[in-house]
Design a protein around this ligand. Structure first.
Ligand code: PMT
Length: 404
């Protein structure tokens, strides 16, 4: 997929720098040539020898190296690439990119390049969340810098949260989608899509909530697949550990009401896909302070119904997306219940999936879908959630015909 593509990989000084070695291999396996700039910090974590051996190219390290400047000046280095990829992108290098500082070879090449730049951030959770880092990121994104990750989970520093370098294969996929996207008009170019994903959290008090086991895998994969086919995609996501998909605008929310508001703010859209496991009910009143045990039996939790986002989008006067697709999570009579749900909510298609215990549909990697329209039922074989997403996106593209 990357045959003939030239990638300039900037390896900055973070513990995840060791993963850049695998990244070089994976990119080269796909036909790309990878030339590397190793920063002073990066060289604390990986050796120039290892980078040179894997890239089979000279490794560039110093701005004022006469030989390098003779053989390959930093301007040429930055321009003789189809994509400049910074992985890992530390908080420091992102700050220096945002400020336009160019005091070493990496930052000079990044300032001098006329090619697209993609960053794969990697840092401690607090550093990632810091207002300074987020402001730098916003500046870079406003200038068109692409981003992949970060993911969430255990961090090298021992803390847990956002800031993990995206998985190597996710970076590879982001690079592939970038080149895919720049190849010309795609079937959903000019269409706008809204996708909901993940669970919602409904507050009981400031520390407790009602939730469910949705991971966001299916919804996120659908957003990525629609974006890959060219749709301008907004993903409205409940709390999820899935990384933000490449090329998708992500709105993070917690509750069903926030999800509904974000969806309606994102209108108009041509396509809506509601894959989120929205809580049907929420506590009638969320306590303002943490509820205390007082020795008696706990007070019963009074619930009230949440707004139905799929139904409201399907029935939105004037603003209804042309194609509204829902999911039906059923544990019995899967197809029959899903058919009734499609008719009741008023969406065009519904993807029925069995979520009975043991299926692993909630949170798992695969799904078995029945695509239900007003007239037909189509049974899909069990496949990965990415494959489901790809197949759905193709079907949506076919329904729209030519690009807008
Ligand atoms: O996130 P994963 O771990 O990858 O799991 C994927 C999934 C199982 C969550 C997904 O494939 C799925 O089935 N999503 C819908 C889950 C659900 O809430 O189903 P439902 O049958 O209760 O709702 C029917 C439809 O109405 C869904 O499109 C849902 O998004 C929507 N809905 C439901 C309630 C509500 N208040 N608002 C809604 O929009």
């Amino acid at each position: 997929m990357l045959e003939g593509k030239r990638i300039l990989l900037v390896i900055a000084g973070g513990i995840a720098a060791y993963k850049s070695l695998d990244l070089i291999r994976r990119l080269r396996e796909r036909g790309a040539s990878v030339r590397c700039i190793l920063t002073k910090g990066g060289a604390e974590f990986v050796t120039p020898l290892a980078v040179a051996a894997l890239s089979e190219e000279k490794v560039y390290q110093h701005l004022f190296s006469l030989t390098d400047e003779n053989e390959m000046g930093h301007i040429r280095l930055s321009r003789e690439a189809d994509l400049v990829l910074v992985a890992p992108a530390t908080a420091d290098i992102m700050a220096r990119m945002a400020a336009g500082i160019c005091d070493d070879l990496a930052t000079t090449a990044l300032l001098a390049t006329d090619k697209p730049v993609m960053v794969a951030p990697s840092m401690n959770v607090m550093m990632w969340g810091h207002l300074a880092t987020q402001a730098n990121l916003a500046t870079l994104e406003k200038r068109g810098v692409l981003r992949v990750g970060p993911g969430s989970g255990d961090l090298a520093c021992g803390e847990v949260g956002s800031g993990r370098l995206a998985e190597v294969m996710d970076i590879v996929r982001a690079v592939e989608s970038f080149f895919d996207a720049s190849a010309g008009p795609r079937p959903l170019s000019g269409r706008r899509a809204i996708v909901t994903s993940g669970p919602t959290w409904e507050a009981i008090d400031p520390v407790r909530y009602i939730a469910n086991r949705s991971s966001g895998k299916q919804g996120h994969a659908i957003a990525a697949a629609l974006a890959k086919l060219g749709a301008e995609t907004v993903l409205v996501s409940g709390p999820s550990r899935e990384p933000d998909p490449q090329g998708v605008r992500v709105i993070h929310i917690e509750s069903a009401r926030e999800m509904r508001d974000a969806c309606f703010t994102a209108l108009p859209a041509d396509i809506a896909v509601c894959a989120a496991a929205v809580a049907d009910w929420r506590p009638a009143e969320a306590a303002g302070q943490k509820m205390k045990k007082n020795g008696d039996a706990p007070a019963p939790l009074a619930l009230t119904e949440n707004p139905d986002i799929l139904a409201s989008l399907s029935q939105a006067e004037n603003r209804r997306p042309r194609l509204v697709v829902g999911f039906a999570a059923e544990t019995e009579n899967v197809v029959a219940y899903a058919q009734a749900k499609r008719a009741r909510k008023g969406c065009d298609w519904i993807l029925a999936n069995d979520v009975a215990p043991g299926t692993g549909t909630f949170g798992g990697a695969s799904n078995t879908i029945h695509l239900i329209t007003a007239e037909t039922v189509e049974d899909w074989p069990t496949m990965s959630k990415e494959a489901v997403a790809g197949r759905l996106a193709e079907r949506i593209a076919a329904a729209f015909g030519r690009p807008a």
